[in-house]
Design a binder for this molecule. Structure first.
Ligand code: AVI
Length: 319
């Protein structure tokens, strides 16, 4: 039985939806339906992603770590002195922490949409690095990039690791690079990018044997239910990951396992059996294509390093 809902509460929900609710509603009513991948990262989603990075199939995190381990000295020399390390999508802050010894920043600015998760990581860092000044910024930097004004722009090294830029379409990735450059004239950028490679390597990385990526994708529906007050039943959906080679991207979808209807205050959507919701793209680049994009976004002195298999690249460039 449904609990009775006060009419004035219902009216408020329908008449004054939040920006996130509007975005979700619009995406769900689209054809094909889509949900922005940022909804993957509630507290449980962030923990699931951390677990994914430890899977044998999910190579990007290990490849990137290998690059910093093998080429850290060269990378630090290319960058030069660093005052403030601005970590975009910091999560558990572990990747940036590995760079502290080679880059020696005096200020660390982790930025992440999941503010709670970030606070826990920052509490841990403050104990380990009492001399480092840390300013945590809970922000959806895909929308705004507003940083504490006390850090001069030319002292900012933006760190955008893990191929997170790959989750943006090419136009948005380009716009993001321009936005980051505008926030750091005279500063720099260190960015991790996943490379094009055979489907046999790519697809298992996004559809692992333990089904952690499936749980990560499906958890998005639980998060959407909370934000939109919708009634997705997770067990009605299955995870799909495919490499779209024409567009050079892994696509994640959720596929309806039967004909069903999803409702939320003021709206509904019918899904047929097998119909999909597109939840994420993960673009894969050639080094040449990414280097060209950096240069057309206005970056100079572009250099890159790769892991021993040539699966992943780290680019350093001056803004
Ligand atoms: C965060 N981002 C770079 C990951 C990726 O590889 O695109 C997100 C992810 N999706 C599924 N597995 C991991």
């Amino acid at each position: 039985l449904l609990a009775p809902v006060a009419p004035e509460f219902l009216a408020r929900q329908v008449q004054h939806p939040s920006a996130e609710q509007i975005e979700l509603r619009d995406g769900l009513m689209d054809s094909p339906a889509r949900i922005d991948p940022k909804f993957l990262y509630d507290a449980l989603g962030s923990s699931l992603f951390t677990a994914i990075t430890q899977l044998p199939e999910y190579y990007p995190t290990r490849c990137e770590a290998e690059i910093f381990q093998r080429h850290g000295g060269d990378i630090a020399r290319h960058i030069g002195p660093v005052q403030a390390l601005v970590d975009l999508g910091a999560g558990d802050c572990v990747k940036a922490e590995r760079l502290f010894s080679s880059l020696r920043p005096s200020h660390y600015v982790p930025v992440d949409i999941s503010a709670d998760y970030l606070q826990a990581a920052v509490r841990r860092l403050k104990l380990s690095y009492p001399g480092l000044s840390i300013t945590a910024v809970g922000q959806d930097f895909s929308r705004v990039l507003a940083l504490p004004a006390d850090i001069p722009a030319e002292q900012r090294l933006f760190f955008y690791p893990g191929s997170s830029i790959g989750n943006l379409g090419p136009d948005s990735a380009y716009a993001m690079l321009q936005r980051i450059r505008a926030a750091s004239p005279g500063g720099g950028l260190l960015v991790g990018v996943d490379r094009v490679k055979p489907r046999q390597v790519l697809e298992p990385a996004y559809d692992d044997a333990l089904h952690l990526t499936a749980a990560f994708n499906l958890n998005l529906l639980r998060h959407v239910n909370i934000v939109l007050d919708s009634d997705f039943d997770v067990s009605d959906w299955r995870h799909v990951a495919i490499f779209n080679s024409a567009r050079s991207r892994i696509e994640m979808h959720l596929e309806a396992q039967r004909a069903l209807r999803v409702t939320w205050p003021g709206g509904k959507r019918e899904f047929s059996h097998g119909e999909r919701i597109h939840t994420e793209n993960s673009y894969k680049y050639t080094p040449q294509a990414f280097s060209d994009m950096l240069q057309s976004a206005g970056y100079r002195d572009v250099a890159h390093w790769s892991d021993s298999r040539g699966w992943f690249s780290v680019f350093s460039a001056r803004a």
